[in-house]
Design a protein around this ligand. Structure first.
Ligand SMILES: NC(=O)c1ccc[n+]([C@@H]2O[C@H](COP(=O)([O-])OP(=O)(O)OC[C@H]3O[C@@H](n4cnc5c(N)ncnc54)[C@H](O)[C@@H]3O)[C@@H](O)[C@H]2O)c1
Length: 249
């Protein structure tokens, strides 16, 4: 797919990896719309990229997702690409041994991480793809997964959510391929974002970097480049593109 003039929805495009994707896609001539909960961040995005349209949308809320998707189709028609990027990074061990006893993984956080990182991908994709198919539009869904899908110790909820995202990618690639819609996951390793620094202690990040053959964190623009590459290659489908500097080999 040639990106020039293509209509692309990016969830969570206000900051971090999503922001880098928006910047890269706009620079390649795509027409980008951001779905994000961070309405306060829309101003700085619009200042930098005035042609980017922003929709306020909590992707964990089905009514908000359906409403925003309805509005999007009414104003822009069917998108060519949906990028499910919005998510939260979260680490918490299943059981923590403290001086006063055992502390169990917070059950509310389990629900929140699953809703934000997995259920949202289902809400967005079913809403957008349903309308694409009704209009016989072909296209691409890119899900941002993670190498944590293999099971990161200390990140039960996050790992489970991202494993779910990878599984959906495969299931949907099989279901939607015959209708001309490719579904792909891009799975970053440890990237140099504010959220990664906030979710992981600097000691743990330093230890991780020692295990990366390239001995560094990834850059946001490198994830954006990977997203562009998988969209552009029309035979790439149903696979997880791991971008981790060699961490998982
Ligand atoms: N940063 C990393 O090292 C890393 C590694 C692997 C995977 N990922 C994945 O990449 C994606 C982006 O991560 P990031 O590091 O850029 O995070 P980030 O916190 O920098 O940005 C996340 C964006 O998503 C938006 N968002 C969060 N919850 C939302 C909701 N309920 N509804 C709508 N928008 C919402 C935020 O407002 C923000 O703009 C996530 O799916 C994350 O799991 C990140």
């Amino acid at each position: 797919m040639d990106l020039g003039g293509k209509q692309i929805i990016v969830t969570g495009g206000v900051k971090g990896l999503g922001r880098a994707m928006v910047e890269k896609l706009v620079s390649r001539g795509a027409v980008v719309t951001v779905f994000d909960i961070d309405v306060a961040g829309f101003d700085s995005l619009k200042q930098e990229l005035p042609d980017v349209q922003c929709f306020a949308c909590d992707v964990t809320n089905y009514e908000q997702v359906s409403g925003a998707v309805e509005d999007y189709f009414a104003s822009r028609g069917a998108p060519d690409v949906l990028i499910n990027n919005a998510g939260i990074l979260y680490s918490e061990p299943l059981i923590r041994i403290t001086g006063t006893g055992l502390q169990l993984h917070d059950a509310d956080m389990w629900e929140r991480v699953l809703r934000t990182n997995l259920t949202s991908v289902f809400y967005m994709t079913t809403s957008v793809v349903g309308k694409m198919i009704a209009r016989r539009t072909k296209g691409v869904v890119v899900n941002i997964g993670s190498v944590a899908a293999a099971g990161n110790p200390g990140a039960s909820a996050y790992s489970a959510a991202k494993a779910g995202v990878h599984a959906l990618t495969q299931a949907w690639a099989r279901e939607l391929g015959p209708m001309g819609i490719r579904v792909i996951a891009v799975a970053p390793g440890y990237m140099d974002t504010d959220s990664a620094h906030a979710a992981t202690s600097e000691t743990a990040l330093r230890e991780t970097i020692k295990r990366v053959p390239l001995r560094r964190l990834g850059k946001t623009e490198e994830v954006a480049d990977a997203v562009v590459a998988v969209i552009e290659n029309d035979f790439f489908n149903g696979k997880v593109f791991e971008l981790d500097g060699g961490l998982t080999i």
